[in-house]
Design a protein around this ligand. Structure first.
Ligand code: AMP
Ligand code: GLY
Length: 429
């Protein structure tokens, strides 16, 4: 079958790398892709939200399966667009419709969903400019830290944790009155701070059945010891040692099952990934957030831990037969370390020539912000540039492979964190 992957990050390179290994994969297209995805498939210069161009391409190239990488096209309704076109409604798609994508597109929606279906999460209240005074009073007496979340998509920046009530008041005002995050902060969810260790669990749903994919821990801050600004993610590790059978059993019973059943009960036919951000508080899971896609860079450790043909899973998710397939887990650990352009997540230069990628043999190199220059060189073209995934019998060995790979790659002003996975090694001691 012919397959189209939408997106251009490390996540999409990792998805494409895995899909390309399937015997059922005939032509693989990535729109718009990057220099890495062009090694496993054919890049197509179409934007992920240009539904018309995507639809025309899918028809012309007899694409039978579309795997949607980022949230934006999902929240904007790419599945609904396909379903309303007689020639496209039978094309399989991994990714929910706009109704299901609200789980990520609106934090208020996701809180209401969790409360309705008894899914453990932080206590919260939602405010708008209409009840600003009430909101200000509420945050003035809320125990601190207190968490303020812009309701809509804010490119991963919409969550502010206030250490004082004064800061929370000022932040709530900025979000609701000064539109700090534009429209996204016209509603603000104010919630209780959850103190614990974070991890992410990934579920693939066909609307009825589901498969739990390998879990991962992400490193969001730019600086070592989790300091500095938030980023899209600077590294990831799988498996996560505190996610043992007992904990994952609780996640399944208390979070995953009620989520799948809740979606069904609410009339949402959810075919796609559910990325559940969790806090482990004293051995009990609480949901921090849902995303309606895979994580980046978590995908760069999750895909390498799936031994089986991933296309079988994706097709089954698309046509509602996930109960008939399963996958074999690779028991090896996988770690990924993201190499970024100096200055990221602030401003950074583009166009630097990257050297050394071909000499990496101990790790996998997943591309994110890269492109092929006119002279055929791989050059930087974004903030996060490469994710270097190592595998090994232990997290320590996998990390050694990731960092040895990194040691061979360079460009002007490259930066990466040197402490990815160190917290996990301490837990394992
Ligand atoms: P989100 O954009 O929802 O992923 O939130 C970004 C980050 O903020 C999360 O990964 C957590 O580290 C942190 N966070 C969000 N909500 C809470 C909460 N209720 N308590 C503690 N930390 C939180
Ligand atoms: N790494 C976090 C995310 O993909 O949202």
């Amino acid at each position: 079958m012919n397959i189209l992957v939408l997106g251009s990050g490390g996540r999409e390179h990792a998805l494409s790398w895995k899909i390309a290994q399937s015997d059922s994969c005939e032509k693989l297209f990535i729109a718009p892709g990057n220099a890495g995805s062009s090694q496993v498939g054919e890049n197509v210069a179409i934007k992920v939200t240009d539904f018309e161009a995507i639809a025309a391409f899918v028809k012309e190239n007899e694409v039978a399966l579309v795997v949607v990488g980022p949230e934006d096209p999902l929240v904007k309704g790419i599945r609904d667009y396909f379903e309303s076109d007689v020639d496209l409604k039978d094309v399989l798609m991994v990714g929910p419709g706009a109704a299901g994508a609200q789980l990520e597109g609106s934090k208020d929606f996701s809180k209401q969903f969790m409360n309705k279906h008894g899914i453990p999460t932080a206590r919260s209240t939602t405010f708008t400019a209409e009840n600003l005074e009430e909101g200000l009073n509420y945050v003035s007496s809320h125990p601190v830290p207190v968490v303020l979340k812009a309701d809509g998509l804010a490119a991963g920046k919409g969550v502010i944790i206030s250490e004082t009530n004064e800061h929370a008041r000022a932040t709530l005002k900025e979000m609701l009155v000064d539109a700090k995050f534009g429209d996204a902060s016209s509603r603000v969810v104010v919630e209780q701070f959850l103190d614990g260790i974070e991890l992410s669990v990934f579920v693939l749903s066909d609307g009825e059945n589901y498969k739990v994919l390998p879990e991962a821990k992400d490193y969001k801050r730019i600086g070592e010891q989790d300091t500095g600004l938030n980023t899209g993610g600077m590294g990831a590790v799988s498996p996560v040692p505190f996610a043992d059978a007992d904990f994952l059993g609780k996640v399944d019973e208390r979070v995953i099952k009620p989520t799948i059943q809740g979606l069904k009960a609410d009339g949402i036919d959810y075919k796609g990934f559910i990325f559940i951000g969790l806090m482990n508080m004293g051995g009990d899971p609480y949901v921090i957030e849902y995303n309606v896609r895979m994580g980046d860079p978590e995908t760069q450790v999750v895909m390498p831990r799936i031994k089986s043909d991933v296309l079988e899973l994706f097709v089954a998710a698309g046509n509602g037969t996930l109960d008939q397939v399963d996958y074999e887990l690779d028991e090896q650990a996988a770690t990924t370390v993201v190499m970024v352009a100096g200055g990221y997540p602030g401003s950074y230069a583009k166009g630097a020539a990257i050297s050394g990628i071909d000499s990496v043999n101990e790790a996998m190199v997943f591309h994110a912000g890269t492109k092929n220059s006119d002279s055929g060189e791989v050059v930087t073209n974004g903030g996060r540039i490469l994710a270097i995934t190592g595998k090994g019998d232990s997290v320590a060995k996998a990390l050694e492979n990731s960092y040895n790979g990194i040691g061979k790659i360079s460009w002007k002003d490259e930066y990466h964190r040197k402490d990815i996975g160190q917290d996990i090694l301490k837990l394992l001691d």
